[in-house]
Every structure is written in C-alpha cells, then in structure tokens.
Design a protein around this ligand. Sequence first.
Ligand code: ADP
Ligand code: MG
Length: 268
Amino acid sequence: MLTLTNVSKRYGDEQRGTLAVKDLTFEIGDNEIVTVVGPSGCGKTTVLKLMAGLLEPTSGTVAVDGEAVSAPPEQIALVFQDYGNSLYPWMRVGANVEFPLRHRVRDKAARAARVDEALSSVGLAGFADRYPWQLSGGMQQRVAIARGLAYQPRILLMDEPFGALDAQTRADLEDLVLRVRDAFGITIVFVTHDIDESVYLADRVLVMGPRPTFIDAELAVDLPSPRDQIETKDLAEFSRVRGEVYRRIRHSSELMRQAGTAPDAAGH
Ligand code: ADP
Ligand code: MG
C-alpha cells in the first residue's frame, strides 16, 4: 500500500549538494509495523519526510495505494523526533491534540472524546489544560504521540519518538504502539536507534546502509503476538534478530568511517 520506487533525494545542487537517498525501492503492507535502523546521518529522517509528502523526491515516486504522494496526504500522521518544536506553545495540551482533527472530526463532542481517549492512552489524562512548557520533555513527547494517535491515521510515521524518555515510560509507550496497531489496524513506520526496540516492535526491520542510504538488510521478525517486554525478549528469535541487526549496523558504521563520512552527530 505504501510504496517507494527508485526514490532519490538530493539536498542542494548537483556539485556541492548531499545525496541523502539513492534509488530506494521498497513497500510496506497494510497493518504492518516496519522499524528502520541505521547509522546517524544515513538518511532515515529524509525517507520518512519523503513518505509523508513533506519532501519531494529528486527522482522516483512515493505512492499510497498506487497514487503518487505530492502534498502531505490526509491519511498519514508523523511524530517527529524533535518534539520540542512540534507542539504549539501558545495552545494548551488538549488544543494541541485537537488541532489536526478540526476538519476530520466535525462533531465537537466526538472530537473532545477522541482527545481525552488519546491523552489517557499516553498517561496524560488530566493534563489537557496545561501548556506544553509546563510539562517535562518526556510528557511533551507523549502529547505529540497522543496527537498522532487521536488523528487515527492509516499510516503513522514515527521518527525516534522515544529517544528522550526514561526506560519505563519508553517500554509502556512501545506496548501502546503495538496495542494501537492491533486496535485500529494502522500501518506504522518507526525509526529508532535502539536495537532492542527495533526488534521488539517490528514485523520487519529495515537496516539502512550509509549515505546515500540503501536497504542493507531486511529482516523478518518471527515473534509471537501479543509481545511482552520480558518474555518476548527472552526468546531465542529475539536474540537472533538483535544480533543480526547489530552486526549490520556495525558493518555500516565501519563503511562510513572508511569512506571518511563520519556518522554525523547533529543529524540523527
Ligand atoms: P538520519 O535521520 O538517518 O540521521 P537525515 O535524513 O536527517 O539522516 O540526513 C541525511 C543526510 O542529509 C545527512 O548528511 C544530513 O546532514 C543531510 N540533510 C538532512 N536534511 C538536510 C537539509 N535540509 N539540507 C541539507 N542537508 C540535509
Ligand atoms: Mg533522523
């Protein structure tokens, strides 16, 4: 349903620009959770922005159900890694979550219910009247996630959404993502630099190679559902996939070092 066909993306001009993505082709099926890992600066965020229609490919096509994505499509929501800049500081938490729904859910009561439900599901019931700046970083990120969930998109793109959270909150939100997928049947593309997380959440892990990025490995994850933070991680299949992802990333980082394109610290 979501397809990239020979997609390339260059920032800047032909001579001095950066070719971030080169000739990338893959598809993501309905209801699938695909996680994406790869060295910092390889082009993961660029790929998500291309999928979300926020960037236009230099060549190639991104399509949803066979239809080329040009403007940001209705059915896609994106949760950025940089949550500090993704909430409107002048709007209360509830209004932030409600804002993208204003055209989607016309009925006011239904919209309010949707907002309440989303805030409760991330553990923020009762915070609707606060301003983002009155919350901790982790809570702000949960608001951004609630906003994505309330929208009930067909495709949810998440860019390292849990990087700044403590381990327990992170585990809870990982389980929330899995439940939401099961409950609403949405398709999720989830970028992370946490290898355990990439395996725990995924039906499939895409390991990206160094810039211009390509798919270095595509690993099917054969773990039973529903997953459990303790039991799933004790399974031999979990260790097997984690080991494979780890080896691939180490290999990519090695290639980047050799090519003199040190993983870029700022751009992960
Ligand atoms: P990742 O998310 O994997 O860390 P990005 O997609 O953010 O990687 O970046 C891929 C490459 O493109 C990096 O070299 C980065 O510096 C460059 N890049 C990203 N955004 C821009 C931009 N707006 N203008 C120019 N170069 C960019
Ligand atoms: Mg990134």
